[in-house]
Design a protein around this ligand. Structure first.
Ligand code: TXA
Ligand code: MG
Length: 334
């Protein structure tokens, strides 16, 4: 069956919930990125996710729930600080890694003693979770609906482009409003730990926790080297704004075809490559980032130059994704 993109009508949602209950995959929008969903209580169904993504089987997946009331079926304990974050940010782009309940499948946790849990805010994700509950389910396991190693999808078409025939049903909720993945905070040690910056900014976590979680340091410095493995297929390079024009001139002198994701810099006169001007605010930039990387990657250029955004805390999650895209530092390309 080919990957069918469907409007999220009541009928499509009911069909999607039935598919999930039957052990099949459904791709659906969340406010962060599109997810590739399966019944988290069905080991064979979750295994289908790994096959479709071609993702190593020992990587844990996030379980999506209707609300914090469903936590008790999945988490063995919920520390007060985790409960406070859930109250503050659910539904929303926050994943809590908590001690797993005994019945949670190894295929979901990657064999770890913890499980990642999130209550998404997107109306289509919420409607799907409700319909799934009506069909007898609770948690939907869902990593980002991209091929392993590729940029996460923020439209239904991105999912179809990446996974095509591997996903018989893709619910279309339009472009994802956050555009980058959820913030992940782990409660598996003595203090909360930031595992991944994302849709909930650090300062918002710090406001609720009383201080920033461990691992929530400052934005990483922009790496400036060309890498051999990264999310876009075109070799990508992060370039400081004040060095972008000079870098372009050098590449032009070598007759290289260039794609550029700019933010403040305008294209030089006579530039004939692919150029995208990204929004100058961090939220707008995050929203468009993956679509921009996909579009620029499709230009088939020799090099993809990304103008480095500002280095302050508001850009932490964007810097994290750009470092992965340009430096090949990601050994975890989920
Ligand atoms: O925004 C998101 O979180 C999206 C949407 C679909 O919800 N999902 C997503 O899933 O980004 P994925 O699988 O692409 O990334 C999940 C990350 C992985 O890096 C995984 O290792 C980590 O979460 N993770 C999940 N469960 C974990 C656990 N028990 N312990 C540590 N890390 C965990
Ligand atoms: Mg992913």
């Amino acid at each position: 069956m080919t990957g069918a993109i469907a409007a999220p009508t009541e009928q499509a949602l009911a069909q999607a919930a039935r598919r999930l209950a039957d052990g099949m995959l459904v791709a659906f929008p969340t406010e962060t990125v599109y997810g590739l969903g399966a019944n988290a209580a069905d080991a064979q169904a979750v295994a289908r996710i790994f096959a479709a993504k071609r993702r190593p089987a020992d990587h844990p997946v996030i379980v999506h729930l209707r609300g914090a009331d469903d936590l008790r079926g999945w988490a063995r304990s919920v520390p007060p600080a985790a409960a406070a974050l859930a109250r503050a940010f659910w539904p929303g782009p926050l994943t809590l890694v908590l001690p797993r309940a005994p019945q949670v499948l190894d295929v979901v946790t990657g064999g770890q003693d913890s499980v990642g849990l999130r209550v998404p805010a997107h109306p289509v994700a919420r409607a799907l979770l409700e319909a799934f509950a009506a069909a007898g389910g609770t948690g939907i396991a869902a990593p980002s609906a991209n091929r392993f190693g590729h940029v996460s999808p923020t439209t239904a078409q991105h999912v179809a482009d990446d996974l095509g025939d591997a996903v018989p049903l893709i619910l279309d909720g339009g472009p994802c409003p956050v555009g980058i993945e959820s913030t992940i905070v782990a409660f598996t040690g003595d203090t909360p730990q930031l595992l991944r910056p994302g849709g909930v900014p650090l300062h918002a976590l710090a406001r609720v926790l009383g201080r920033a979680p461990r691992g929530g340091g400052e934005a990483p410095r922009a790496p400036g080297t060309l890498a051999s493995h990264y999310a876009p297929r075109t070799p990508a390079l992060l370039v400081p704004a004040d060095a972008l024009r000079a870098e372009l001139a050098q590449l032009a002198a070598r007759d290289e075809r260039v794609a550029v994701l700019a933010r403040s810099v305008a294209p030089p006169p006579g530039f004939d490559g692919a150029w995208r001007a990204a929004p100058s605010d961090a939220d707008g930039y995050a929203r468009e980032l993956y679509a921009a990387l996909r579009a620029l990657d499709a230009a088939g250029a020799d090099a993809l130059l990304v103008e480095a955004p500002p280095d302050d805390a508001a850009w932490l999650a964007v810097h994290d994704r750009l470092a992965r895209a340009t430096h090949g530092i990601d050994d975890d390309r989920d």
